[in-house]
Ligand binder design. Sequence first.
Ligand SMILES: Nc1nc2c(ncn2[C@@H]2O[C@H](COP(=O)(O)OP(=O)(O)OP(=O)(O)O)[C@@H](O)[C@H]2O)c(=O)[nH]1
Ligand SMILES: [Mg+2]
Length: 427
Amino acid sequence: MRPSDNGKAPRARQRALCIAAAPEDPDLAELRELLRTAGVGVTGELTQRRATPDPDRYFGKGKLAELKRAVKECDANLIACDDELLPRQERNIEEEIGVPVIDRTAIILDIFADHANSAEGKLQVELAQLEYNLARMRGLWTHLERLGAGRMDGGIGTRGPGETQIETDRRLARDRIAALRGKLADTAGTRAIMRRERERAALPTVALAGYTNAGKSTLLNALTGSEIPTDNRLFHTLDPTTRSFEISGRAFLLTDTVGFIRKLPHQLVDAFAATLEEALGADLLVHVADASTEEDELTAMLSAVDDVLAEIGAGDRPRVLVLNKIDLASEDRRRELSFRHPGAVQLSAATGEGLDDLAERVEQDFVATLEEVDLLLPYAEGGKLSELHELAGELERTDTSEGVRVRAHLPHGAARRFGRFAVDGAG
Ligand SMILES: Nc1nc2c(ncn2[C@@H]2O[C@H](COP(=O)(O)OP(=O)(O)OP(=O)(O)O)[C@@H](O)[C@H]2O)c(=O)[nH]1
Ligand SMILES: [Mg+2]
């Protein structure tokens, strides 16, 4: 059957049995959460402790037989695997069990496809999906056929057409991938122009990064008085949003970014690289974490974010750790958190508790990077003075016969730009 034929079934009718194999006891809570976000029901789970997954079938033979019985018992019509599967693992399980198999990567890609709003976000997700499909020689005809018709409504695990179509598909997919890369390069170019304009304004930028659902967008709203959408589902925000806010009279730009997750599909990291680099080129990175999760889980989330930051080359940016949702933590837990993460700011974006501490911290860390300048602004350049005010907040000014003498602390970019007015400067 062609996927377009069975594509009419509502997604909620998909009943998944979750599987995972890991050296430690596998925990399927996050996979369930991903499926919930994707609109798939979960009817059961089956896990196996093993050093590495079986290269051909993911599970061992005995476990696979158990899986077959479990699928029947809980009336599942889909198997959802917590790891990215090799194409042959996927094929073998499907043949053995007789129901479609979907892996973690495909689920995440599906959620991204559903949540993408901006033109750029859609291009990025489509690129990631095509690359995932191409790598698995999956029929792509359907994907291309449906372009323009909105997102695929065939539900998770939608199959491609038969193998005969695959060679044509591969060619079409490669053409499409090249076209997408071209379009994305154009948007990245536009963004580079916008960034240069911002650099000319030299407002310091702070970027929020962190695990999905940590509360990044809620924090952005709390700090800037904005109302960008937030939700208790994974990967709610895909597009970077930038808003300005003030600390002690100094204007900052704050950028919200796409959330990270363990085993983040590399296709997505590639596709979103330009967006992420943009956001992470900030003066200061605020790593937002969900303090209401248990310590083990929190540690795993923190290191997943560290890994992605390192992967995209932002590993050594100046950083502040925020432990958000502190309103949900007991007094004991708060003490434990300050002991375990001494440098972190504990706050609640929801109640506003601790926001002042963060502002203080951002200012402090940012101020440490400021450069002291001593300028002489000719009276003819009056407009520059108010610009300086916005950049520096506090100014120390004296009127002289030649112009206004100003001492201030400026961000690196602005200090360079005002260099020509420097009293002891060379030009
Ligand atoms: N109790 C409590 N809930 C919070 C707090 N901050 C955020 N939340 C809730 O956590 C959920 C996720 O918040 P978002 O701001 O959408 O999280 P995000 O990090 O932007 O998530 P993605 O965009 O999916 O990466 C929402 O349901 C928020 O209401 C907090 O300080 N306390
Ligand atoms: Mg968000």
